[in-house]
Design a protein. Sequence first.
Length: 288
Amino acid sequence: MNGLAIALIIAAAFLHATWNLLAKRIGAGEGFLWLMCAASGVIYAPVAAWIFFTQHPQIGLVQIMFMTGTAVLHLAYFVLLTRGYRLGDLSLIYPLARGTGPALSTAAAIAFFGERPSWLALFGAVLVILGVFVLTSGPKSTRRSTIDTRWAIGYGFLTGVMIAAYTLWDKQAVSAFHIPPLLLDWGSSILRFALLTPVAIARWDDVQVHWRAHRRETLAIAFMAPLAYIMVLTALVFTPVSYVAPAREVSIVIGTAMGTRLLAEGDGRRRLLGALAIVVGVLALAFG
């Protein structure tokens, strides 16, 4: 993995952990998702138009199909993630989702795309994944009721499945079918906005309440979430999935630090062990 890919992934990790922290704080739901997609569509429209009219990318039936698939997969991801946050802690849902995703996407990339990472890179991927699961263990992960915890864990794992699915799908979109990363994400946001519009209309009172109470946070997430993923998509253009997917999990370290300082989550010794495993794993990926 070259230096540009590492820089993109680390910057994306900071943005990703930050918007997840905000989403957890405001109790994000489907109304929030509709507002976020609408705001993202407006914020990134000028850049999307500039790319379209200056780079003249080929946008045919296949590319539209991939954008539609991206929209559906990402919508499922956001819905599962926000529902998980309503039942579980950030320190439970975030590591579970981020850990399950790279484990599945790395295995699938090797099985279906013929990618052959070095043994050092595979060792790094294993360390990243082990570090994530060390972070999820311990008393802090089970302090809510048993039923809520089980549902939260289920949402966390399902979110990870969606992460693996959209990582592999979007890798093909940007590398095999040459859809510019920003256009892929922007088109996906517009389609998600359309899909969520009937839900938003049915819950219009909730949408208005959320906008009045959390306008700034929603706009911040609408800016950060697409930018973080656009950085990852850009890295995927020239870097194998089996390297990018595990390396993204450096965000677990950042999210853990944010949870400890900003959400008063303790158990620092265990979390430091998991964080160190992730850092060493990322280094092994970089040199492998």
